[in-house]
Design a protein around this ligand. Sequence first.
Ligand SMILES: [Zn+2]
Ligand SMILES: [Zn+2]
Length: 361
Amino acid sequence: MGLTEYECPSCGGVMNFDAASQMLLCPYCDTKIKVSDYTAPRKEEQDKDAKADSNEWLNEGNEWKPGETDGMVVYSCQSCGGEIVASETEGSLTCPFCSNNVVVKEKFSGDLRPDYVIPFKKSKKDAMDAYAGYVKGKLLLPKVFFAENHIDKIRGIYIPYWLYDAKIDADYHFEGTKVRTWSDSDYHYTETSYYDVTRTGSEDFAHVPHDASKEMPDDLMESIEPFDFSDAIPFNSGYLAGFLANRYDVNAEATKDHIVERMGNTIESDIRETAGGYSSLRVLSKNHNVRSLSHKYALYPVWLLNTSWNGKNFLFAMNAQTGKFVGNLPVDKFKALLLYVLSAVGFTLLAIIVCLIIITF
Ligand SMILES: [Zn+2]
Ligand SMILES: [Zn+2]
């Protein structure tokens, strides 16, 4: 998935999707166009053909429209295996995940067309400000991290997700207990009553996300979740203009069991909630029947910030919908030692003062 170039109809410059206005914006002449209104200025002939075909394409679902993937290439990272789709003119040849060099692998082809996209809501500046806020007040951080220019690379990237809808019937048989205790002057009494508890129900799930990319570190990805699906809109490649897109490399098929297991856990805790009032509830038998399960393909927006220090690569990420910012920071050993010495000295001084006060009185 990726980026055809969006040529500005006024000046011919390359337009980008602008998070602030949620429109395509030309950085040269400030022309703004709604993504859904954009038509390529010098491709009228091509577009006519595309429109003539469009009915056919609409029914196919998950297919790219003719011409939509023109100019896209796949960049492949030799180090982490990440595959990134970008426009042919994308200048930077650095992996957004691990900062290693990447090579152009092939012309883009084959992948599914996404069903949904959550467009970028946070700008590059928002991401820089979030970084500044994140490192602020971190006493043990090496000084260089506070310099704005220490960030080597900041890239907006769409991360692929499978979104699952499902309807699952559930049957539960529990052994419930209720415990009553009381005492008189001679004894303590405990009475345990046993109950046969059964519950049946059905639960609907909508848009349960599963990460479809191997390269994006799982811990980082989980920490910037959740994304709010209510902002998702039908996919249009215009929302990708000026950004990268990570190619999905985990098939929906491979994530199915995991997602059904997660839904199963949700069902069990929801069912338990309907059987309150017991001291304990032990599952004797349970049965989940997956009545329907389907998936859609979506792209969610993330800002990735890379920096290096002492030969190590540090990666920070911001959820570009909600602004949630995460990352790992190193500890400056010298600063840590200094802080330790200072607090030790401070403590010793305090102890001496306390002794003096005691001696004085
Ligand atoms: Zn322009
Ligand atoms: Zn890489």
